[in-house]
Write a protein that binds this ligand. Structure first.
Ligand SMILES: *Cc1c(COP(=O)(O)O)cnc(C)c1O
Length: 296
């Protein structure tokens, strides 16, 4: 069901390489593929027909679950943050893509959404929609971390630093667990706040990691002109697309850290490109509305 993947590292400059996990699939891409793999195998093993998960309206995870569900024979339900979306005549590009792939939506208030891990809320969803295999928000659980442990392979032992963007912390946890003893794993949170440290500690079995919290650009999905122009020039120069929510902020951060002398001379840095490119269309819609430069 899941093939061996070829994601050969791409050379960027004398210190930095990129692992192009975005090439795995246009939508079930990067870490979302890694996080879904063992969950889908488990849902099949247990005989489930429905997958249910949670996400925001621009979520890469929602798009990936919809496409993966269709590909592997599941009905999918997305519980989406934001009741007001129910009244919108037009879905944004992420939700439109999910719908095209057969996902059914339940739009809930921000207040209801906060109950996403509470048993009573999950039980009421089961009464309403029938039984389902639950994939948590952002897809992070033990099986997701297990999938992310497969991102690094033996060829990656030559690197001194492994860098990745951080949302719910599942991806970095997998990377930490499979990192080599001489390596340090650097996480670049895409959101403000330090709470994520605790979540990572739940899954990570080692202490060779650190969060670099200076590159969230004001918070989740917040962007500015500097970031957009960095993403556009990076693509022009290296022919590698970056998304504005996760990988763009991380690579911007890595280049800035190099300028500031953060990395020791001759240290080798591997940046994990975790995908997320489906999110560009939605951000471009917003940029167009504001008459700003688009992501190319
Ligand atoms: C979801 C996502 C992340 C965050 O992964 P976590 O495991 O939630 O930390 C990072 N990069 C991309 C492109 C994503 O879609």
């Amino acid at each position: 069901m899941f093939n061996n993947l070829d994601v050969t590292n791409i050379f960027i400059d004398n210190q930095v390489f990129i692992k192009p996990e975005y090439k795995i699939d246009a939508v079930i891409s990067g870490n979302k593929y890694r996080k879904l793999k063992y969950n889908i195998i488990e849902a099949k093993r247990l005989g489930f027909h429905n997958l249910l998960t949670f996400g925001g309206a621009f979520s890469n995870h929602i798009a990936a679950v919809a496409v993966a569900g269709k590909k592997y024979g599941f009905n999918t339900i997305g519980v989406i943050r934001g009741e007001e979306l129910n009244d919108k005549s037009e879905l944004n590009p992420t939700l439109a893509l999910a719908k095209e792939n057969g996902m059914k939506f339940k739009f809930v208030s921000r207040e209801a959404y906060r109950k996403k891990s509470e048993t009573d809320f999950i039980e009421s969803l089961k009464k309403e929609m029938g039984n389902f295999y639950l994939i948590p928000e952002g897809g992070t659980n033990g099986l997701a971390v297990k999938g992310c442990e497969e991102i690094l392979t033996s060829v990656d032992s030559e690197f001194d630093f492994i860098c990745c963007p951080v949302g719910t912390g599942g991806t970095i946890s997998g990377l930490i667990n499979s990192s080599f003893s001489n390596q340090k794993v650097l996480g670049f949170p895409a959101l403000k706040g330090d709470f994520i440290k605790k979540d990572i500690s739940k899954f990570a079995k080692k202490n060779n990691w650190e969060l670099i919290t200076d590159y969230h650009f004001g918070g989740y999905a917040k962007i500015n002109d500097d970031l957009i122009s960095f993403i556009n020039s990076f693509k022009e120069k290296y022919n590698i697309p970056l998304d504005p929510i996760y990988t763009g902020k991380m690579v911007f951060g890595i280049f800035d850290l190099i300028d500031k002398g953060f990395f020791p001379e001759n240290a080798r840095v591997l940046a994990i490109h975790t995908g997320g490119l489906q999110g560009i269309a939605g951000i471009n819609q917003e940029l167009e509305r504001k008459k700003k430069t688009l992501i190319t």
